[in-house]
Design a binder for this molecule. Structure first.
Ligand code: DI6
Ligand code: FE
Length: 405
């Protein structure tokens, strides 16, 4: 039966703005929105189920468009050591850092990875996230990258969440390829990506373009391979230094370039041209105690869509809350609450290539939304994390999180 959700206000986020409808009504049929508008303008829908939302504010379901939430182990021990004065270089020299997560991920069974990832995903769902992206990148060989991506697919198949899987094989150099980065890139392009794409495990391809990871030339080889396979690309760019990875991403019509603290005005212009979304990651900025701000004014001036994401990963952003990122996007980066909310709805959908079906409340789009018991949309950015009262609706059905967990 169709459902008419009423007694609510809607921040539809159409066009990346609040686009408020006061005293709204939303008609859903199955998993889609069939009609949305002011209740007073609603036609007679006949025999439908009426659902009273008690004056809630309805927004699109939140979208976390950049996570590494499948991983083995954690790095809280290293966190503690660093605070006791052990340097990052010492930790790395004895096989810590990313390498330790690669080891723990390779050692973990698919089931163990799934259970740990499921707990994190449920935490996000509980706070209003209905879609998230998961990157591989801690396997770094065919079998282990496949294992990570299979966990991502399983999360999407078993939880009331849309999960997009991104292959980030070009994240770090695995130990067996030490000092042979070009050979590893060849392995990615000749074996890993073709196999994983053929198995339907890859919605996008990502890479880490940085002095401590891969050069723009190496990234470009990965991008060419993705293009030949018909898979869209994304890029970790300009996180620690300026290599103009974001301009390279724009040349390949990337869905997004992410981090971007060190990007230039020309990079922003190139991204605007190609419609590449700027995904900002305040959790990593905070955790690394970075002081170089991403150039928000240049992004605004050039009209680059801005998204916000958790970057949930065990090293640089152990951020279990996307809502906390809304506050940090405002407090650290001076985004407005409206920009922050667009960053986890409309623009986040665009960063995943799904803006035609998700990210705003419009007839024809997915019936994924959250009815928040708040007085104004800015509260979503104002409270620092935590679960705000309300209900999460995914595919037209209210999610019963306690039953799933
Ligand atoms: N940038 C980051 O901040 C993370 N990966 C990346 O490409 C770091 C991931 C980790 O330390 O485990
Ligand atoms: Fe990341």
């Amino acid at each position: 039966m169709k459902k008419l959700w009423h007694h609510c206000h809607a921040a539809t986020m159409t066009g990346g703005k609040y686009s408020v409808i006061e005293d709204a009504a939303i008609l859903t049929g199955g998993a889609r929105i069939e009609w949305i508008g002011p209740r007073a303008a609603a036609p007679d829908f006949g025999d439908v189920e009426h659902i009273d939302l008690d004056g809630a504010w309805v927004t699109p379901g939140l979208i976390d468009c950049h996570t590494h939430l499948v991983f083995g182990g954690d790095r809280s021990g290293e966190f503690e050591e660093r605070l006791e004065g052990v340097s990052y270089a010492e930790i790395a020299a004895r096989g810590g850092g990313i390498a330790s997560t690669v080891r723990a991920t390779r050692e973990a069974s698919e089931d163990a990875l799934f259970e740990a990832a499921k707990a994190r995903a449920l935490g996000l769902l509980r706070e209003g996230v209905t879609m998230l992206e998961v990157k591989s990148g801690y396997g770094l060989d065919l079998a282990n990258e496949r294992k990570m991506l299979a966990v991502a697919r399983r999360l999407g198949a078993t939880l009331p969440l849309n999960v997009r899987a991104t292959c980030l094989a070009a994240h770090a150099l695995p130990p067996e390829y030490a000092n042979r980065a070009d050979d590893y890139i060849a392995y990615i392009c000749d074996e890993m990506l073709p196999a994983l794409a053929a198995e339907g495990l890859v919605d996008a391809v990502d890479a880490f373009c940085e002095h401590i990871a891969f050069s723009p030339q190496q990234v470009e080889r990965v991008f060419r391979c993705a293009r030949d396979l018909g898979v869209p690309v994304k890029l970790h760019a300009e996180q620690l230094s300026s290599l103009h990875g974001s301009s390279l991403a724009a040349r390949y019509r990337a869905l997004s370039a992410d981090h971007l603290e060190y990007m230039t005005d020309d990079d922003a212009a190139a991204m605007a041209q190609s419609g590449t979304v700027a995904v900002l990651l305040p959790g990593a900025f905070y955790m690394l105690r970075e002081t170089q701000l991403p150039p928000i004014d240049a992004l605004r001036r050039h009209g680059v869509p801005i998204a916000l994401a958790s970057d949930l990963n065990p090293g640089t952003s152990p951020a279990l809350s996307l809502r906390l990122m809304l506050n940090m996007g405002c407090t650290l980066f001076r985004l407005t609450p409206e920009e922050a909310l667009a960053g986890v709805t409309n623009h986040a959908a665009q960063a995943l290539g799904l803006q035609a079906t998700h990210g705003s409340l419009e007839a024809g789009k997915a019936a994924d939304f959250v009815a928040w018991r708040i007085g104004r949309p800015a509260e979503l950015s104002y409270w620092l994390g935590g679960v705000l009262p309300g209900r999460v609706v995914r595919g037209g059905s209210q999610v019963d999180i306690e039953r799933i967990a």
